[in-house]
Structure formats: C-alpha cells, structure tokens
Ligand binder design. Sequence first.
Ligand SMILES: Cc1ncc(COP(=O)(O)O)c(C=O)c1O
Length: 385
Amino acid sequence: MKDDPTVPPDARFETRAIHLGQDYRAETGAVIPPIYMTSTFETGNPGGFDYTRSGSPNFRNLQTTLASLENARHCTVFASGVSAITAVVFGLKAGDVILSEQNIYGCTYRLFERVLRKFDVHIKYANLANPANYSLIGQLKPALVWLESPTNPLLKILDLRAISDAAHAHGAAVVVDNTFASSALQQPLNLGADLSLLSTTKYTNGHSDCLGGAVCANTDEWQEKMIFAQKALGLQPSPFDTWLVSRGVKTEALRMERHSANALELARRLEARKGVRRVIYPFLPSHPQHELARKQMRSGSGMMLADFGHDFAGALAFIRRLRLFTQAESLGGIESLVCHPASMTHASVPKEVRESVGITDGLVRFSVGIEHFEDLWADIERALG
Ligand SMILES: Cc1ncc(COP(=O)(O)O)c(C=O)c1O
C-alpha cells in the first residue's frame, strides 16, 4: 500500500480507518468514473467543488456529455424533469408572462396553474401549431415561450425555428421541452431555441431506473441562472442517479433507432387495420405536421397514439389485456409501456380543458420499447381481439 503523507505513521486505527484509502484520484486505470458519494469537498480542491448541492464530478461528467449531445455550450442537471422546469420558471418575477403551447405535459400545466400563479406569474395558452397564433407573442410580450415538440400526449409538432424567430423579435426566450424527441433525434438550440429541457428520466437514461432532468443553453446568463437555481432551490440530483444517466446515455443513439423503427411499423400496421379510428405518429404521412417533423427530427421516437374507438372504460380494458406493454406512467425506457392519458398523465388537467385540446377518453398512448417488433404486434392483436 502506498504511504499517504497526510496521515501520520503512528495514527491510531480509528484515524487510519477514516483517513487512509482516500487515494482514489491516483491513476487506477478505471475505465468508468466512480460515483462520488460525498456531500462535501475539501476547500481548495483542483475541480473547484464545494458542496454537492451545487456540483459534483458526476454532475460535471453528465453535463459535459449532454451539452455536447444537444450542441449547447452549457448544461445543468437536476433531480427530475419537473425540477428542471422549476429551475427555469423560478427565474421569472411577479408580473411576467409565459405564453405556453396549450398541449403540454400534465405536471408542467399543474406547476404553472397551482404553483406559479400564486407568485403572480401570468400563463396564457395557445395552439402554437397554428402560425396565426404567433401574433400573441407581440401582443402578450411574454418573458418565456414554452414549447414541447412533439407534445405530450398529442404529438403535435411545433415549428421551432419560426416560433423562435417570432419570439426573439419581441425579446422573449424560447424553452423547448425536448423529452419526447430525445437529444438523439432533435436539437432545439440548432433550431433557434434558447433552452432545451430534458426529463433525463426518459430516453436519455432509457432504463426506467432513476429520475433526472437537464437544461441546455448557449448563453452564460442562462447558465448562471440554472446553476443558481440548482443550489438555491435545492434541485440537484444524486450522484448515483447522475452516474446511471451517464451510463444510460451511452446507448441513446442505438436505442432511439429501434424505438423509432418499432413505433413507425406499429403506427403503419394500426393505421391499416380495420376498425382503428385514428393513429397519431409524426412520421406517418397522415400526421398534420408530417413535413415539419421530417425537417426538425431525425425520426419519430417511440411515442405513438391510437384511438380504437373505445370509451373511457373500454380504453382501460384494452390496456389491461396487453401483456408486453405494461400500464404505467412514464416513457422512453427500453420496455414498452402503455398509458391512458385521460386517467393517468393528464388526470391533473380538468376534463373540459383536456377535451378542448384533444385529449379524449379513448386515446391510448404507447411508449414503444425496443423488444422484437413481432412480439409487440402479436400482443396488440391479441388485446384487440
Ligand atoms: C414532456 C415531459 N416533460 C417533463 C416531464 C417530467 O419529468 P420527470 O418525471 O423526470 O420529473 C415529463 C414526464 O413524463 C414529460 O413527459
């Protein structure tokens, strides 16, 4: 064992038990970085770390990777996608306006309505797939324009370049929740957005075994705000979860190829199947923004929606007949999941609001995994009877 000059040679057992074996930074030859399970760091360390709430080598590793994958100068990681959303919106002040796409993730809506409104931030919703509504940016002068593309759950595609141009003409910043697309298939900053936000819980990690979030930006100003939010609001992830996401992201491109291929084939077969009322998938020519999707995204990810003509109870009964598709919230893992937005992800959105944006009781949302396609198809055919 190498002598450690900081531990006196005559130190007692207790002292040695604590102070020896800390030499993990010596070149061990480890191919994968360790998990830095420490709450604090010795002052003056070469990495500039002080306390894990405001940074850790594991955060830094993942931030470097994600910034690079999103073609961003900066990235900050958070405990979850909702923590990342919190970090962005808590930079606003009373009186500020958010103009949001009307079809957004249910918990983003809940955060806007039940938390942000208490701080006197005004939120307006509009169908931003309709360019006629871009004029609202000039009228409302929002601080932020909030977008998802594809949206959750309806898979609407928004024109990120056109909306960013319109927003910048009026001094508004554009946030794109890139969770449904994934960094492998779409890079919002390349299309003019100011921030790309990820729930890394989904495709980034890809294995449904931890939660995480990230915000990517190009300006130092946004980066400072994100780092401040991470430590001031206590939104940091755990080093272990960050390490898991760093491991998961290594296979993102490969996983996305299979997710996209499986979802496209499922969408095609369901669209051709008698009795299926509607299939929504951005890379089907029947999708209203198909051409835009092809321009913005490399392929359509694993998210797909179908309406089999069931009512609320019928949709749930179909879901329960599936075996390989597990009924669960979440998406983006290697295993196929199925969800009933009206009673699950969007249950926090009032029924009349849900229906006004098109989230009807019969809609079934699939997160198509990377299993063999024919096994997935057989499961769906059997459940449809
Ligand atoms: C589009 C979108 N954004 C954000 C989130 C929130 O992410 P998390 O569950 O990691 O907090 C989700 C979760 O489903 C989502 O679908």
